[in-house]
Ligand binder design. Structure first.
Ligand SMILES: NC(=O)c1ccc[n+]([C@@H]2O[C@H](COP(=O)([O-])OP(=O)(O)OC[C@H]3O[C@@H](n4cnc5c(N)ncnc54)[C@H](O)[C@@H]3O)[C@@H](O)[C@H]2O)c1
Length: 305
């Protein structure tokens, strides 16, 4: 018995890297999977049917059920065909994992309009396109699981990733909104910020001069997605989960952490006079640093709070 027996999943960008591991894990847990991947280069150029086929072959060789889809998530009509492939091949769609992604890293001063638009098109528009088409059938059956893929680059900021960070922050926003809108129809919407040695992060490991360690294995992300995709996670909605090494993590939602009040409101000079003593006491670092005091504990031994 798997966590996902009888369920039907679509995983976008599942021909390689982290998405391939999501697809293989969901299939191993019993889901039938539409393996979508346009087969693009890291910057989004080109197309190749081989990656999606390969993941399907791996799944079927392991005894699972999978069909390939080579459509691009950036195209609204094509995204409809990705969802339709699940309905045509397996009769329903229970799970959508919006994983497809590209990068075109440059600092703001060097980023072109095309760099910005291309990255937004895959991550933001692609996530919208697929969710828009999947939400209807999910609502009709009163059940669904949407898992969006975000990144610390968008949640905390990262040098050289204006386009990617903006896209991943937008995905966080859509996750919260869809959790509110779709939750009442039995559809949960969560996000994961994964990590792993894939071609997307290859240059980081090349620059460090060391091969990726075992804890950079992209397969380590998949178990939490399998859980979120299951009936067991019906109470988990609108959350952002992450992975660091052998730990799964949960992100705090952005929220106000302090306030300064003046009856009738502030004037600029008043703000300037009081800012440092009040809100200025709570300034936070930006960037992808691990928060201090983070606890890594196995739930079997202790619970972290
Ligand atoms: N690798 C990491 O450390 C890391 C960290 C945080 C977030 N992520 C996110 O995880 C996801 C997977 O990244 P990865 O590292 O496995 O990268 P990857 O390049 O190995 O895989 C991405 C896949 O998406 C496919 N794709 C690109 N454009 C597409 C489109 N328009 N339609 C359909 N498929 C398309 C590509 O062909 C590719 O196979 C991305 O959303 C990425 O932003 C990765």
């Amino acid at each position: 018995m798997g966590l996902l027996d009888g369920r039907v999943a679509v995983v976008t960008g599942a021909g390689r890297g982290i998405g391939r591991e999501f697809a293989r894990c969901l299939a191993a847990e019993g889901a039938s999977v539409v393996v979508n991947d346009v087969g693009a280069a890291l910057d989004g150029a080109g197309a190749d049917e081989t990656p999606a086929r390969q993941t399907c072959d791996e799944i079927t060789a392991a005894g699972g059920r999978a069909v390939p889809s080579h459509e691009s998530v950036t195209d609204y009509e094509a995204a409809g065909r990705i969802v339709q492939a699940a309905l045509d091949s397996f009769g329903r769609i229970d799970i959508l994992v919006n994983n497809a992604g590209i990068v075109r890293d440059r600092t703001l001063l060097k980023m072109t309009e095309d760099d910005f638009d291309a990255v937004m098109a895959v991550h933001v528009k692609g996530t919208f396109n697929c969710a828009r088409h999947a939400a209807g059938p999910m609502r009709e059956q009163g059940y669904g699981r949407i898992i969006n893929v975000t990144s610390s680059a968008g949640l905390r900021g990262n040098f050289g990733q204006t386009n990617y960070g903006a896209a991943k922050a937008a995905i966080m926003g859509m996750t919260f909104i869809w959790a509110l809108e779709l939750g009442r129809h039995g559809i949960t919407v969560n996000a994961v910020a994964p990590a792993g040695a894939t071609r997307m992060t290859a240059s980081l490991f090349e620059r460090s001069g060391t091969p990726p360690p075992p804890e950079a294995d992209p397969a380590l992300n998949a178990p939490i997605v399998a859980f979120l995709a299951s009936e067991r996670a019906g109470h988990v909605n609108g959350q952002i989960l992450g992975r660091t090494d052998y730990a799964f993590t949960i992100f705090q939602h952005p929220r106000q952490i302090a306030f300064m009040w003046r009856d009738g409101g502030w004037d600029p000079a008043g703000v300037a006079e009081h800012f440092d003593q009040i809100l200025g006491q709570h300034l936070q670092p930006v960037g992808m640093t691990m928060p201090t005091g983070m606890e890594f504990r196995a739930p079997s031994t202790r619970t972290s709070t």
